[in-house]
Design a protein around this ligand. Structure first.
Ligand code: ATP
Ligand code: MG
Length: 437
């Protein structure tokens, strides 16, 4: 009796495989991002993907989309601890900084890169597993570092060949200023209670500022006329805000002040900003950040100012694709085909010799006729095939066949030639150099 066929399993909805064609470009993207960050003196930090659930409740706030409905939380079956797949990186980064005391002497400029998890409705630009590049500064109080973080964004868009990403800026002031604004906001929304949707009614007394963050078009006019936080800011907050704007003006970075810009996370104060594009439909924010001076103390550290941002990698990569900016992937330079026992031994040897001098080399595995192997060589997009049969092996030689010599005059094209095995690397290097000229 034959076994019943097993149903093939699929990835979790909203969690994407990134297949080699795409993943190759992700690596190019990551390299660009790393060298950009190093160019500003930022250092990497890596935190666990799983953290204690209370960390996020405390850091992000109970009345937020993330904590209310987006976290993947579970009980550790061994000890009953409540754990959560990180929905963002700031909380874990700050926890690590406090736990290891690394910001006590010297302020820190840090970055991380990795997957985040939120239980949202999957759609273009919104996934359940997505990736962020997070950048955090811990221990700097002034507007200078806020401005630096914003300048960094402008440079990265340039490095990535992206344009049309607009900067929006706002100030959330300090907690006491927000409290006064909050009272005015509640009074305003109460006076217009019949216009509030269900979400807004629920948030009216818990987190009225979040009402301004609504995605409901019917509520947008109401929100546009609501009391503005900026009118409640005191002299110090205004000076901080002005300090950020001054650096941006000096650097020639255009920005728009958006009074409705409030971040989804409650630990932000003073500067908030978003980088937004019109090219991605509804999911147009590619980078969001701001100051969170209250968070370190909120998580049990001694009060320490902090400021940072997070970028959505999937959205940025979609933008780069849209702009036609994905280069052809860099494949191997040499593909080695071989047949026969001695030929295979020689093939392993020359392939390692080529790698010794930095030539990217793929050795054919799995046997097959020369014809079939040459098909693979062509598909590999290598510049050369190295062909080794019994003949070549007996003479300690290989045949070197150029597979492509892009843009060269046919007369200049190198023909297939026999080369001593020990001269192969030099011959390939010289030909590659000739081609470059
Ligand atoms: P939104 O209002 O779009 O839900 P958010 O306020 O929840 O955004 P942040 O927590 O500030 O987003 O995250 C920073 C960035 O990470 C976003 O600007 C976006 O580029 C990206 N991002 C957030 N959630 C997702 C997701 N579910 N899928 C893909 N990217 C995301
Ligand atoms: Mg969200």
């Amino acid at each position: 009796m034959s076994k019943p066929a097993q149903k093939a399993l699929q990835a979790v909805k909203g969690m994407n495989d990134i297949l080699p064609d795409a993943a190759e470009f992700w690596e190019v993207f990551e390299e660009t991002v790393r060298s950009w960050l190093k160019g500003y003196g930022y250092r990497p930090i890596r935190m666990p993907i799983v953290e204690p659930t209370p960390l996020f409740k405390r850091a992000i706030g109970e009345v937020t989309d993330i904590v209310e409905k987006e976290m993947y939380s579970f009980e550790d079956s061994l000890n009953g601890d409540l754990l959560t797949l990180r929905p963002e990186g700031t909380a874990g980064c700050v926890r690590a900084v406090i736990e290891h005391g690394i910001a006590n002497q010297i302020p820190q400029r840090l970055y991380y890169f990795g997957p985040m998890f939120r239980h949202e409705r999957p759609q273009k630009g919104r996934y359940r597993q997505f990736h962020q590049v997070g950048v955090e500064t811990i221990g700097f109080a002034g507007p200078d570092v806020d401005a630096e973080l914003i300048l960094m964004g402008a440079r990265l868009w340039d490095d990535l060949g992206l344009d049309g990403i607009r900067l929006q800026l706002n100030s959330l002031g300090q907690p006491d200023e927000r409290a006064q604004h909050r009272a005015a906001l509640i009074a305003y929304f109460e006076a217009n209670a019949e216009l509030l949707d269900e979400d807004a009614q629920r948030r009216l007394h818990t987190n009225p500022l979040r009402i301004l963050d609504t995605k409901n078009p019917a509520m947008q006019e109401l929100c546009a006329n609501a009391p503005k936080l900026i009118d409640f800011l005191g002299a110090e907050s205004l000076a901080h805000f002005e300090g950020v704007q001054q650096v941006l003006r000096d650097a020639g970075i255009p920005f728009e002040i958006n009074p409705r810009l409030v971040r989804g996370l409650d630990y932000y104060n003073l500067t908030v900003f978003e980088w937004v594009t019109d090219r991605l439909g509804a999911q147009g924010t590619v980078c969001a950040g701001g100051r969170y001076d209250g968070l370190v103390a909120q998580l049990g550290g001694k009060p320490t100012p902090a400021c940072g941002f997070a970028m959505g990698v999937e959205r940025l990569i979609a933008l780069i694709e849209d702009a036609g900016g994905v280069p052809a992937p860099e494949g191997v330079e040499v593909y080695v085909v071989h047949q026969g026992e001695e030929a295979t031994r020689l093939a392993f040897r020359v392939a390692e010799q080529l790698r010794d001098v930095g030539i990217r080399t793929q050795l054919h595995c799995g046997g097959g006729s020369f014809k079939a192997q040459m098909k693979r060589a062509d598909a590999s997009r290598a510049a050369f095939a190295v062909i080794i049969g019994d003949d070549e092996a007996a003479a300690g030689e290989v045949s070197l066949k150029p597979l492509r010599s892009d843009g060269l005059d046919p007369a200049e094209r190198a023909e297939q030639q026999r080369v001593k095995a020990e001269d192969l690397a030099d011959t390939i290097m010289n030909t590659l150099m000739d081609w470059e000229e």
